[in-house]
Ligand binder design. Structure first.
Ligand code: DLL
Length: 432
């Protein structure tokens, strides 16, 4: 059993004292080592010494994804590169990735939070853990992996893709815990049903996250794979998976708030909101050395609940995120900004700057179609020319997003024009 009883069940007063001490250190570190943050604080007329109490947190300026982009790649790091031992990245709003770094101690804390998350939903050292999150720059694979090893699970770095091999490993190695995106769990569940091998599978727990998923989807996955499914939330800027997790009660996700100070704020006014009111989720990294983000606005929409949980934990709970206030889409677990697609299309003279991104769910998987208008000059009925252009755009989009897309060329002037803000995305999926 791996859990930090003291951190997870301490009284709110005790935790506030711990958070306060850590907040002061984090603000001092950011101010001293990150020029962009020092500038923000100076603009707000604040010095680190002004932050004395946890109640002073809302006085601090927000950090946004744009700050990470403007200081690409390492400008927001508070630790020298000789102390950075790992780098991950996730999609940015333009071609540039959002880059995150970790010192050795940051990795230890991430592992601990991930191990606590797994333990929270019943994973033990007796388990055989099948990790089907992507390994690589995405934090899901390695984050889940080291969390599993920390718990003491026999951890299998399967990665994504090759469904046949996934099923074979599941069956032959006797995997008992599955980590992947909920949409991939749906797909694996489909395959298990089709092969008729449910009785040969020993899965008992699924830990699914990285994208929003619904309660009906949870029931569907549980029925297909014969396991109990738990929600895990994470974001690379804050660490990766394991920022928050459902416990056995499944009534919200407990945030490891001794490391990640948590607020929900009004998207219009920026003011903190009381428990139960949905707004934008904001985290402050209280213990991070390499990237101590202060009041990082995730743009995820959720509400908080501070009352003690039936499991005994006093850690604040967040509702399942229901969406975002920016235009980031999560398609098959991959973060996609429409602006990334637009910048690819702008590189093709044959395409007009008019397009529509259509996201849907077909069976278990999200689908992405990009309808691209041709220019009058290029427009032709010649099938070979059209196919060639489609192929070139598809290749470029896939290289940029790391995601397969269907490209549909449409006639000039066929995509709706808007006088106000153009609606470039048609998302037909439902998340409620
Ligand atoms: O998705 C980290 C992760 C890996 C979480 C594996 C869980 C499991 P990013 O790629 O930076 O990091 O994407 C972060 O994904 O701001 C949310 O919009 C969304 N997200 C993550 N978990 C959930 C969840 C990883 N459980 C962004 N429910 C976040 C809904 C989620 N949305």
């Amino acid at each position: 059993m791996y859990w930090n009883e003291r951190a997870e069940t301490m009284s709110r007063d005790e935790r506030a004292a711990l958070q306060c001490e850590r907040l002061r250190e984090a603000v001092g570190r950011a101010y001293q080592h990150v020029p962009a943050y020092r500038e923000k604080m100076q603009q707000a007329g604040l010095l680190p010494g002004d932050i004395r109490d946890i109640g002073d947190l809302p006085r601090l300026p927000y950090t946004l994804k744009a700050d990470l982009r403007d200081n690409y790649p390492f400008g927001m790091f508070a630790a020298p590169m000789r102390d950075v031992v790992r780098i991950h990245a996730s999609s940015g709003t333009t071609g540039k990735q959002t880059v995150v770094g970790y010192t050795r101690r940051d990795l230890e804390i991430w592992n601990e939070c991930m191990a606590r998350s797994l333990t929270m939903c019943g994973v033990t050292h007796e388990d055989i853990m099948h990790v089907s999150y992507g390994y690589g720059l995405f934090t899901g694979g390695l984050g889940g992996h080291y969390g599993g090893e920390t718990v003491g699970c026999a951890t299998i770095p399967v990665g994504v893709g090759n469904t046949k091999r996934q099923l074979q490993i599941m069956r032959d190695f006797g995997s008992t815990v599955l980590l992947c995106t909920p949409s991939y769990a749906m797909l694996l569940g489909d395959a298990v049903q089709k092969e008729g091998i449910i009785d040969d599978i020993k899965l008992r727990i699924g830990v699914f996250g990285a994208e929003p998923w619904t309660l009906p989807m949870r029931q569907e996955i549980e029925a297909r794979l014969g396991l109990v499914a738990y929600d895990i939330y994470g974001i690379s800027e804050i660490s990766g998976p394991g920022v928050a997790n459902e416990c056995l009660c499944r009534c919200g996700l407990h945030v490891h708030e001794d490391h990640f100070l948590t607020e929900v704020v009004d998207p219009d006014t920026g003011e903190p909101l009381p428990d139960g009111r949905p707004g934008e989720l904001v985290f402050t990294c209280a213990t991070k050395e390499a990237l101590p983000l202060i009041r990082y606005n995730t743009r995820d929409i959720t509400a908080l609940h501070h009352e003690k949980c039936a499991c005994g934990r006093t850690l604040v709970r967040m509702d399942k995120p229901t969406g975002r206030t920016d235009d980031m889409l999560i398609i098959r677990g991959v973060n996609v900004f429409p602006s990334q697609i637009e910048s690819v299309l702008l590189g093709f003279g044959e395409a007009a700057p008019h397009y529509l991104i259509v996201v849907d769910r077909q069976g278990a998987l999200d689908s992405l179609e990009i309808q691209v208008e041709m220019t009058d000059a290029f427009f032709s009925d010649e099938v070979r020319a059209l196919e060639g252009l489609e192929r070139r755009i598809r290749r470029e989009v896939e290289n940029t997003l790391g995601l397969a897309a269907k490209i549909t060329l449409v006639q000039p002037n066929s995509i709706e024009r808007y006088e106000g803000k153009a609606r470039r995305v048609l998302d037909k999926r439902t998340f409620l």
